[in-house]
Design a protein around this ligand. Structure first.
Ligand SMILES: Cc1cc2nc3c(=O)[nH]c(=O)nc-3n(C[C@H](O)[C@H](O)[C@H](O)COP(=O)(O)O)c2cc1C
Length: 184
């Protein structure tokens, strides 16, 4: 059975987090979720109605939460990924449960950035994306018309996929990962 670990960071796209959990569970996948500052946008109690949630304040429930979560997962997705999260991954920073878990993961990781085009086209963000890709992370970067909370209008940005696209992408990644030799 696919054991999907969702790492959710504090983009407005986290409003859709429960839809990804529901779609994955519909496939028969086991799902757990780690939330960062995302808990300021969606309360963890909402997501907890769908799957176990680990935020900074309950991480102690697992003995060494980041190692245990990283070892548990057979598929890992950072969705949505903020510009801040991209920078942390690129720099190898492990300053919270989400980022330390990512550092402990030894399987393919899919990253789904979500931000306005002004942030996305910033050369520093683009450098971080290239850096992440160079380490073998899969980065979903499809333009999408989305609501900008900053500007109060719909505009083109880098958005997360609809749940079925997400499931298809993760299933494909999982297959590719299984096909690789056990060298990681
Ligand atoms: C309502 C709201 C929406 C936000 N949406 C985004 C976003 O779509 N993309 C992004 O990169 N940052 C967004 N931010 C900024 C991040 O939440 C902020 O950089 C935060 O420190 C990210 O922390 P994290 O990466 O640990 O979750 C938003 C902030 C707020 C308050």
């Amino acid at each position: 059975m696919t054991k999907l670990l969702l790492i959710a960071s504090g983009s407005i796209g986290v409003l859709h987090l429960s839809s990804y959990v529901a779609a994955a569970k519909q496939e028969g996948w086991d799902v757990r979720c780690v939330m960062t500052a995302a808990t300021r946008i969606v309360p963890p109690s909402t997501v907890a109605a769908f799957c176990p949630v680990y935020a900074e304040d309950n991480a102690g429930e697992l003995r060494v939460a980041h190692i245990e979560l990283a070892g548990w997962a057979s598929a890992v997705a950072v969705i949505p990924a903020t510009a801040n999260m991209l920078a942390k991954i690129a720099a190898g920073i492990g300053d919270n449960l989400a980022t330390t878990t990512l550092l402990a993961v030894r399987i393919a990781v899919a990253v789904f950035p979500n931000m306005e085009s002004t942030m996305w086209t910033n050369p520093i963000v683009q450098r971080n994306v290239e850096s992440i890709r160079s380490f073998g992370y899969q980065v979903w970067s499809k333009p999408r018309t989305m609501y900008s909370v900053g500007r109060g209008a719909y505009e083109e940005g880098i958005g997360i996929p609809i749940p079925m696209q997400f499931i298809e992408f993760m299933a494909e990644l999982n297959q590719e990962d299984k096909a690789k030799p056990e060298d990681r």
